[in-house]
Design a protein around this ligand. Sequence first.
Ligand SMILES: [Zn+2]
Length: 568
Amino acid sequence: MQTGTQFIRSLMVVIGLAGLAAAQPPAADLVVIHAKVWTGDANQPAAQAVAVLGDRIFAVGSNAEIESLRGARTRAIDAGGKVLLPGFNDAHVHFVSGGLQLDSVQLNDVTSPEEFVRRIAEQAKKTPKEEWIQGGDWDETKWPGAILPTRQLIDAVTPDNPVFVSRYDGHSSLANSIALKLAGVTAQTPDPPGGVIVRDAQGNPTGDFKDAATDLVEKVIPPLSHDQRMRAVKRALQHAASVGVTSVQHMDPDYPDIAAYDELLQSGELTTRIYAAPLITGVDDQAKIGVRHAFGGPYLRIGALKAFADGSLGSGTAYFFAPFSDEPGNHGLLSDEMQPLSLMRDRMMKADAAGLQICTHAIGDQAISMILDLYNDVAKAHGAADRRFRIEHAQHMAAKDFARFADLGVIASMQPYHAIDDGRWAEGRIGHDRASRTYAFRTFLDHGVHLAFGTDWDVAPLNPMLGVYAAVTRETLDGRNPNGWFPEQKLTVEEAVRAYTMGSAYAEFQEKEKGSISPGKLADMVLLSDDIFAIDPRNIRDVKVLKTIVGGKVVWDSSRKPPYSTGN
Ligand SMILES: [Zn+2]
């Protein structure tokens, strides 16, 4: 706890910032009292209460100190001794896809064809006419007989909507007859290379499409309408608020996504702060306007670019020095952006010369190594600067590259939930040695590398409690590693929270604006149902968010139903 003098001094700093007379501090707009505040600020790690003036934190201190700032119009939240944290900042999301997923039909837990039909019928009822019904993640092996669903099963309940729902593995999808007709697929349509149109005994398509054949239908699905996009963003904003995420960094958004955010910003509905990083293939667009990193305001910023070096571990396309252990001929695949390598180098040089931040997806050890080489080339060519290169995922590291990561000041933007998901099968694909440097949180920190945490939502759930749980326990989802998968890479709760708040703020050049509960910073805070620093780490995944505050406004309150309830 800070002393009274320190408290007054921090007040003076803020008052000085606000350009107000120092004699009489103004009354706060909002106070949160009786909290167990984990500030994330080394100058004052713990406190009991926080005062907010406008959209900024005004003072942090004891209950008595903050009470003294309470005026007639001050709103007060009694935290009842609960833990108050800086708002979570998810460093890697696909926000619009996430919003779309929340409203799409869920079929993964369906265990009978009857239930499959019922869920699709329900979805059709709430979907505007002619709009496509997508999503799904069905798994027919959970049904009696494991029989593939057919279009005939769902045609009667979807008279006005085309349907194309995917199997959970993404390798098959089911179309209804309307979708088939729109795609122009008939008994005469040949199977495309690498794909299968499943047919009945008469040779007619059953509605099931496998692998490359799914393109036949996908290519006729129209791009999102403005209306659909706005709905998806609003849904995503609600969900983010309900899980305590106050900032997100949207990787490879479409330009209309950014326009949608701007529209919501204008109407005052943007309740999550967004940093958007469109694809590096469009580097000229931002470069020619003269946008530099972190251009924009506290709610919406651009100035970063997302690049792709390779694929993923699950699909066997992460790019490694050595072949996959279970597939001797394959050591992965570089993305088309890397072929030839000079293409990527040129784009990075251009981006860096324009002052744009570069965030590169790299998963396999060789892909990561090649990106570090490119970053090194860029830094050498353009000289010292605060550029904060990022590697997204940084999943499988070569031992020699941790030190290089640190030397180049590259940020490891990682998603701990992937570790407990991929950890179920990763060792079988790449062997023990490489698996030991997979999601190597601890080794990164030991080398002094900046960690930024996130989820990759909609690939993984957005809930930060699952991410903190994953980083702290490394307990794989199949329950087979109760003491942690490569437990030496576990983090403490504090380290995980720091990577998810200050770490991600640093990764978007915003460490002076957010990432801790400090006087002068934006008032983004989260009140939790349980003390994550004290409970059994295995229970962190069940912790709920009681209140989410963004810019001094309560955007989520678990004790109130609508308009806050997201149904999740
Ligand atoms: Zn991603």
